[in-house]
Design a protein around this ligand. Structure first.
Ligand code: AMP
Length: 406
């Protein structure tokens, strides 16, 4: 079914056309008609499936001519808030609807000015939104459409309590569109609080990896991980690649070493200033940097066209993060490759991921690299042998039987 049959008006359809979208994705097909009717919607859809248009297009159409802030979209991270703002602005280019994003880490000045001048749609992270509410620079009494996006991520980062407070401040007589990949009890409870007789939509299991991505595992000794990463980058014909590190410090270290090896690298993690994060993401999107090293902050929902490869330098801590990281490539049915480096003692984590996604990941070998015996089978670290000290001191250098006097 084409977009024109979904009940969207001409300026919205023109916006869709200008984006180059031909046919609606499954989540758009199923969410747009009930959302246009004013129904509440609760949807779980795989990452990168076109969620933003699924809530953005009906919201734009229903708002009509601009006025006070009538649509609030809550996002868990600053990057997502900016990205959703950009998409909505693009969809809205043939309307006079005004949109801005509001998030922490930057000054209040520009946000206050935008709010004072009048906005129809605010895309916000909960923390900064509450600041504006307290300062009286924004009110929620005119909200007609409330979008709660990536709610499971909100739970991860501890945003459920502020979200609840924000929802309670919106008028009861509103439409709520609720998106969450999974529905653990806390989120199901929030959904009951936020929604009224919602239409339920489930697009694919949240455990499924994007089908257009080929993925594989390389087993490597911990001390040779960086060498393998370099060799992989050399052996791979990539357009742009995201490398995931478990820690912020690790991400910085990888980036530094890659730069020393003449790679152009952006870094994205929570310890960087907002301006640095914006520069990294924009530079990566524009092609200034061909490699982006990131922590899981970048794994959810960040949409960068043409990411040809994802490399998990560190295996994800939670199996669901694997799905989100891998979802950075192969978006909108483009193909991509995803590689994961694992060390011999990470067999259990790998097994958990394979159980979660319900498929076995191909074991790959890189020419010139020796793998430990038995592939990824766990190698037990040998216990360190303690040499007896001959000087009568214990391992802290104290005389044996030494007692500190009270
Ligand atoms: P989202 O899940 O909203 O982040 O969208 C993922 C990617 O798919 C973005 O690059 C969108 O621009 C793109 N996209 C969304 N809907 C469509 C569509 N109907 N046709 C083609 N691309 C789309």
């Amino acid at each position: 079914m084409p977009f024109s049959k979904l009940g969207l008006t001409r300026p919205i359809l023109q916006g869709v056309q200008a984006m180059g979208y031909k046919d609606p994705t499954p989540i758009q097909l199923r969410a747009i008609p009930p959302a246009l009717e004013g129904r509440d919607v609760i949807a779980s859809a795989q990452t990168g499936t076109g969620k933003t248009a699924a809530f953005g297009l009906p919201a734009l159409q229903k708002l009509g001519a601009h006025g006070r802030c009538r649509c609030l979209i809550l996002e868990p991270t600053r990057e997502l808030a900016m990205q959703v703002e950009t998409s909505i602005r693009d969809f809205a280019r043939f309307t006079n609807i005004r949109v801005a994003s509001i998030f922490g880490g930057v000054g209040y000045g520009a946000q206050r000015t935008a709010l004072r001048e009048g906005l129809d749609i605010v895309v916000a992270t909960p923390g900064r939104l509450e600041d504006h509410l307290q300062q009286g620079t924004l009110q929620l009494r005119d909200i007609e459409i409330l979008v709660l996006d990536e709610v499971d991520r909100m739970l991860d980062v501890g945003f459920l309590p502020p979200m609840r407070r924000i929802i309670a401040k919106c008028p009861k007589d509103r439409q709520t569109l609720f998106f969450s990949a999974t529905l653990p009890p806390e989120i199901a409870e929030l959904a009951t609080f936020a929604l009224r007789e919602p239409v339920r939509i489930e697009i694919g299991a949240s455990t499924s990896v994007v089908s257009t991505v080929k993925h594989g595992i390389y087993t490597v000794e911990p001390t040779r991980k960086f060498d393998m990463l370099l060799a992989l980058l050399t052996a791979t014909d990539y357009q742009s690649v995201i490398i995931f590190s478990r820690t912020k410090h690790g991400a910085d270290k990888i980036a530094k070493k890659l730069r020393a090896n003449n790679h152009s690298v952006a870094v994205l993690h929570a310890n960087r200033s907002q301006n640095q994060r914006i520069e990294a993401l924009q530079g990566f999107k524009s092609g200034k940097y061909e490699v982006m090293v990131a922590t899981d902050i970048a794994a959810r929902g960040i949409d960068v066209a043409g990411v040809s490869h994802v490399i998990n330098y560190d295996i994800p801590q939670h199996p669901e993060d694997y799905v989100h990281r891998i979802g950075r490539t192969g978006r909108a049915l483009q193909t991509g490759d995803a590689f994961t480096l694992i060390t011999p003692d990470e067999g259990k984590k790998l097994a958990a991921i394979e159980r979660f996604i319900g498929q076995k990941i191909a074991r790959l070998k890189l020419e010139g690299f020796q793998v430990p015996p038995n592939g990824e089978a766990p190698l037990r670290p040998q216990p360190k042998k303690l040499e007896p000290r001959l000087d009568g001191r214990n391992r802290f250098g104290r005389q044996k039987n030494f007692r500190r006097r009270r």
